[in-house]
Design a protein around this ligand. Structure first.
Ligand SMILES: *Cc1c(COP(=O)(O)O)cnc(C)c1O
Length: 544
């Protein structure tokens, strides 16, 4: 018998009455209730203090730890043998998590769309997890339902969706997009079933001719949703963008008319308000005109750009949302909320019925007719967190303008970094910053044509004053290598992406406390690392 089995057998209830009573007594000490509230306060504060201590000592976003090392540490924990107390568990957590986590509040974290979080939302997080309301039915939530509904109305008003608007909180932009496409699909199917010849048709046969139009730069969750909805990747018609990475309305017009002529049905047109890489906001109004001319659902994925609805300076970029049938907003990106907090909003509340299913034990149809506010009638989830509380307290403590000011700072910082990069001979900017991202690559001028550096793809057109740009293929190797080296050092975290098949670096700025100097330090780090990598590859004779 192993040590673990012996321990389990010793303490398993059933054999020893005394041990069983002791176990139950000590277990009930951990329940959150009237008796144990002092323990609750003390233990949660220990957790809060562990984070506070961490913040006080963090000087860079990451330690650079490798997966194998963390796996070793996590695997060495014996989950069948609890520690004596919270302090011991938090001490252990330091080594398996807190020490080496990625810290988004650090000014040198500039990778994905993760934001530093605001404290009012963390107050909300503490409350919502302790009270533990579940948003599916009124009899599990009461006031929580009203708070969520009020915030949905507030957001819908900011997006000018009109008096019949509604919506629901979701776990993220991907889920919001999935729900929007499910509604669009079911609406199209309901329409097809109006045709007497197809009334009894099974669903798969009705999906055959449905098509979704989205820009080439749209989020991958659109494709994933199409697949989950039984439409297949090939139901998506990828619409080309203009050079600024916004959907080209002329190309959309052409694609729609081509599909229509081929007897296909435009089920949904999807615009993006803030693409993940370039922050591009598609021409919403022009796209709305085209979508509606073809009887299509018009969805706007504003997972990133949604924060513009509270912006003091850039709110006009979201003007076109007034034409949308549905909008995705991620509060856990540009509203500085902790994960998760997102919403799907629709112009016409009756459209949410396309995802309504009834269960007698939970939300019987009779409850709907009696106007019992059961949010599960509008949601893909059943049991669901009261994430709305975080946004509620944020608006009540900080206010919407303050949130908008934080996003505006990030946008302005990106513009300043963009000017600096455009003037920097070692870097090439892939496009003007549009929201708070920068896509660029390290591609310095290198002295004269030198075959050892240039390899086979020396490009005459890049000759400049006797110096030439680093060849494309070398740039394709060195840029991902720079990113990996910096991640391994933990000094900064930057993103990478590809543009037209070429490798680029990306900074996503969401930290209003980061200064131009902070970002310049990241850029110097990229430059030094790039120069070292190039020097190393030429001295060791590695070909590019
Ligand atoms: C982040 C993002 C999503 C996905 O949101 P999640 O919250 O990560 O599921 C969808 N669309 C765009 C444009 C995004 O930037």
């Amino acid at each position: 018998m192993s040590v673990d089995e012996a321990w389990v057998n010793d303490t398993l209830p059933g054999q020893n009455f005394g041990a069983r009573v002791e176990l139950v007594l000590s277990a009930t000490n951990h329940l959150l209730n009237t008796r144990n509230f002092p323990r609750y306060v003390a233990q949660v504060l220990q957790g809060v203090n562990a984070v506070a201590t961490k913040l006080e000592r963090t000087t860079q976003p990451f330690t650079g730890v490798v997966p194998a090392e963390l796996k070793r540490r996590v695997d060495s924990v014996n989950l069948n043998r609890p520690l004596p107390d919270t302090a011991a568990a938090l001490e252990e957590l330091e080594s398996v998590y807190l020490r080496d986590a990625i810290y988004f509040h650090d000014v040198k974290y500039a990778s994905h769309l993760n934001c530093p979080v605001v404290i009012p939302a963390l107050v909300g997080e503490t409350i919502l997890s302790a009270v533990n309301s579940s948003m599916d039915t009124w009899d599990q939530s009461a006031g929580a339902t009203m708070i969520e509904r009020r915030l949905i109305d507030w957001a819908a008003e900011r997006l000018h969706l009109g008096p019949a608007a509604d919506g629901v909180f979701t776990s993220g932009g991907s889920q919001s997009n999935l729900q929007a496409l499910l509604i669009a699909r079911n609406r199209a199917v309901a329409d097809l079933r109006q045709d007497p010849a197809r009334t009894g048709s099974r669903l798969p046969s009705l999906l055959e001719g449905l098509r979704i139009f989205a820009s080439a730069d749209s989020h991958f969750s659109i494709k994933k949703s199409a697949s989950m909805l039984g439409l297949g990747f090939d139901s998506i018609i990828s619409v080309p963008c203009t050079p600024d990475h916004r959907m080209d309305p002329a190309a959309l017009a052409e694609a729609l008319s081509e599909a229509y002529d081929a007897g296909l049905r435009p089920m949904a047109v999807i615009a993006t308000a803030g693409t993940t890489d370039f922050g591009a906001v598609d021409p919403l109004t022009e796209i709305a005109d085209l979508a509606h001319a073809y009887g299509s659902w018009f969805h706007i994925d504003a997972a990133y750009g949604g924060g513009l609805m509270v912006s003091g300076r850039y709110r006009h970029l979201l003007e076109g949302t007034r034409r949308a049938d549905s909008v995705t907003v991620d509060f856990h990106k540009t509203f500085f909320q902790p994960v998760s907090s997102s919403a799907l909003l629709v112009r016409d509340s009756s459209m949410l019925q396309h995802v309504t299913y009834y269960a007698d034990y939970l939300n019987p149809e009779s409850a709907a007719s009696n106007e019992v506010p059961n949010q599960v009638d509008k949601s893909l989830q059943t049991t669901r967190r009261f994430d709305a509380l975080k946004l509620w307290l944020t608006l009540r403590i900080m206010g919407a303008d303050a949130i908008g000011a934080l996003f505006d700072e990030a946008i302005d910082l990106a513009a300043r970094v963009g000017s600096a990069l455009a003037a920097d001979e070692d870097f090439e900017l892939a496009g003007e910053p549009q929201l708070s991202t920068l896509v660029f690559r390290y591609r310095p001028l290198v002295p004269g044509p030198s075959p050892s550096i240039l390899g086979a793809d020396f490009d005459e057109a890049s000759t400049f004053n006797g110096a030439v740009r680093l060849p494309e293929n070398t740039a394709d190797q060195v840029n991902p290598a720079i990113r990996a080296a910096i991640f391994a050092s933990g000094q900064a975290v930057v993103a990478g992406t590809t543009v037209a098949g070429r490798h680029y670096l990306k900074l996503t700025l969401l930290n209003a406390e980061a200064t131009l100097e902070d970002i310049n330090e990241i850029i110097e780090l990229l430059r030094c690392t790039g120069a070292q990598l190039l020097a190393h590859s030429t001295t060791t004779g590695e070909s590019a």
